[in-house]
Design a binder for this molecule. Structure first.
Ligand code: G6P
Length: 606
């Protein structure tokens, strides 16, 4: 979480830093700050709230510089105040920004205070800048001081620091929080995400765990955790800049909802050969692993966890392998059982979620046959640290509430299911045939937007809601509930419809809308009985149903008909109306759709 941008250039970097922060704002947006070397003076400007507040404060201040660092914050230690916003400064000499958490900050703070350092914030980060400043007295260079300091930090960090007496140098260090160097001509940059730097460069170096680097206008020197000079590959980014803009859409989330047919097409492109999945989409050694695998252990967080839950239904039904799905923050802190020939699969939009990454690292020591990630960000930590990777091609997702990343994850998981089935000699043609028509089905489904927008009016004054589904639609109900709570702040719960009478039925009254996902499948009649149980108790029901499911709208039931779709891809298709419902409810309620309160896109702290 939080976003970092830094630059050393011959030209003033104010605008580059602010534009970079705006592009990173989805990662954290409660306060922001910048430190610039203005002549020989180190100056900071900070503002509570969004980056636009910082932008105007910076303009008003008249501060400008050719070397600078900037940060947009998602508070962990210390409340949302200017004092707690980064950059933090030590003795007017060093300025530092940080993503992550320094877990031993209490003991470091006590020691530094004992040595006379005065703390101006409640953050864990401030210990970093003071410790580096203290070590600076013993080491010849800032680089050496940072290398010495990082050995004392416990926790996770991506950090950038500069010294006011060296106008042409920034030092960066990565441990647990990603950093990418952007290369320019006579100028170089640093950011926590390449998106921040797309207006100024396409050439990137992704730092690896433990790397410390010295960046000047003309040079980049990188050292690994042992202090050895290392070369890291320069990668040319093919992300289109447009992906970072909203176009004519009112919100990123709406744009991303509408991009789903294309995102799915891109994810499928070149990966289906006639009636088979091209297994090399998962990596070179995938074929043998898929032949041998007997069990799949899925680990993820948030929306990505829901895609894993859908995959369990697919893998067990179509690929004949058992499957467990677990939230990463639970998995990593318990003694779990490793099944024979078990493949570990992480799912993540960002590839940087701290708990998922920690779970992968733990699992790699536990005897899984291989690890695989389904991920949307090339070069991310999960991709680099997994044996196999399936890249979803959703393009940059900016809205905090995940939409196109989720549906493309489901495509990846369906292709995984088909691939394992294929290698085990099972018939997977039904899956492949269903996937082929998916983009067109999604396009049809988006045409429901207007009727869903009307329906949303009825939710605006509601405090609570209940989502119901059965089978592979149960996780879709969970995802629908998560979307609604994330962006509209309406309390939303999801239940497997069969569980209704084991508790939630007690909550039903006319003020509690019940949203039901009801494709026409073998569970439909069971689901209809559940719906009647709700109606008998005065609940108002909103059903997303296949035309052939024969639900009729009346004074206690609103029916939105979804075109008939193959049950295999129905979880993906039914996701879209629920995304649209949350979106329109949030718009009516006037919440901040793309940057909902208290949340962040990429959760790089535990
Ligand atoms: C945050 C985001 C969610 C996302 C979750 C997992 O909570 O707001 O949209 O699903 O993190 O992130 P990942 O990048 O691992 O999919």
């Amino acid at each position: 979480m939080c976003g970092i941008v830094g630059a050393v250039a011959e030209r003033p970097v104010n605008k580059i830093l602010v534009e970079g922060l705006k592009r990173l704002e989805y990662r954290g947006y409660d306060s922001a700050g910048v430190a610039l070397l203005d002549g020989n003076t180190l100056k900071t400007v900070k503002a509570v709230g969004k980056v636009v507040n910082l932008e105007s404060a910076l303009e008003q201040s008249g501060v400008s510089g050719h070397t600078g660092i900037a940060h947009t914050r998602w508070a962990t230690h210390g409340s949302v105040t200017e004092a707690n916003a980064h950059p933090h400064v030590s003795s007017g000499q060093l300025a530092l920004v940080h993503n992550g958490i320094i877990e031993n900050h209490v003991s470091l703070r006590a020691a530094l205070k004992g040595d006379g350092y005065e703390f101006l914030s409640d953050t864990d980060t401030e210990v970093m800048v003071h410790l580096i400043h203290q070590l600076r007295q013993q080491h010849k260079t800032l680089l050496a001081s940072v290398q010495a300091a990082v050995k004392q930090f416990e926790g996770a960090f991506g950090t950038v620091v500069f010294d006011k007496d060296n106008s042409n140098e920034i030092i960066v260090a990565r441990s647990g929080s990603p950093l990418v160097i952007g290369l320019g001509l006579g100028e170089n940059f640093i950011a926590s995400d390449q998106l921040a730097l797309l207006p100024v460069t396409r050439s990137f170096i992704f730092l690896e765990e433990g790397d410390v680097a010295r960046i000047t206008r003309d040079t980049v020197e990188i050292f690994d955790a042992d202090g050895n000079a290392v070369e890291r590959e320069v990668v040319e980014s093919n992300i289109t800049q447009d992906a970072s803009g909203k176009g004519d859409y009112r919100h990123y989330m709406l744009k991303e909802i509408y991009e789903q047919p294309l995102a799915v097409r891109n994810t499928l492109e070149g990966r289906l050969n006639n009636d088979r999945v091209a297994i090399d989409a998962f990596g070179d050694s995938a074929q043998q692993i898929f032949k041998d695998v007997k069990h799949v252990q899925i680990i993820a967080c948030g929306t990505s966890y829901h895609s894993g839950m859908v995959a369990r239904y697919w893998l067990e039904q179509f690929a004949g392998v058992s499957c467990n799905v677990e939230i990463a923050s639970e998995f990593r802190y318990r003694q779990s059982f490793v099944h024979e020939k078990s493949l570990l699969v992480t799912i993540s939009q960002s590839g940087e979620t701290a708990d998922t990454l920690a779970a992968l690292r733990l699992a790699k020591q536990q005897g899984y046959m291989a690890s695989m990630t389904i991920c949307n960000v090339p070069g991310s930590s999960l991709v680099r640290e997994s044996d196999l990777a399936f890249m979803t091609k959703a393009g940059a997702e900016i809205g905090v509430a995940s939409t196109k990343a989720f549906t493309t994850q489901l495509v990846g998981l369906l292709m995984l299911t088909a691939s394992i089935a294929q290698e085990k000699g099972l018939d997977q043609s039904a899956i492949v045939n269903a996937i082929k028509v998916l983009p067109a089905k999604l396009e049809e489904t988006l045409q429901l937007a207007d009727s869903i927008a009307e329906l949303a009016e009825e939710f605006a004054d509601k405090q609570h809601s209940l989502f119901l589904g059965r089978g592979s639609q149960y996780p879709i109900a969970m995802e629908g509930a998560l979307k609604l709570k994330e962006i509209s702040y309406i309390h939303a719960e999801a239940y497997a419809a069969g569980e209704l009478k084991h508790g939630p039925l007690a909550l039903i009254d006319a003020d509690m809308p019940i949203i039901v996902v009801a494709p026409n499948n073998e569970l439909l009649e069971k689901l209809k009985s559940n719906v009647e149980e709700v109606r008998a108790r005065g609940g108002i029901i909103y059903v997303f149903a296949d035309k052939d499911s024969h639900f009729e709208s009346d004074n206690t039931m609103r029916v939105i008909n979804v075109n008939h779709t193959d049950d295999i891809i129905a979880p993906i298709v039914y996701t879209l109306p629920l995304q649209l419902l949350s979106y329109y409810v949030a718009v009516i309620k006037g919440t901040d759709v793309d940057q909902p309160r208290n949340l962040a896109k990429s959760v790089t702290v535990e």
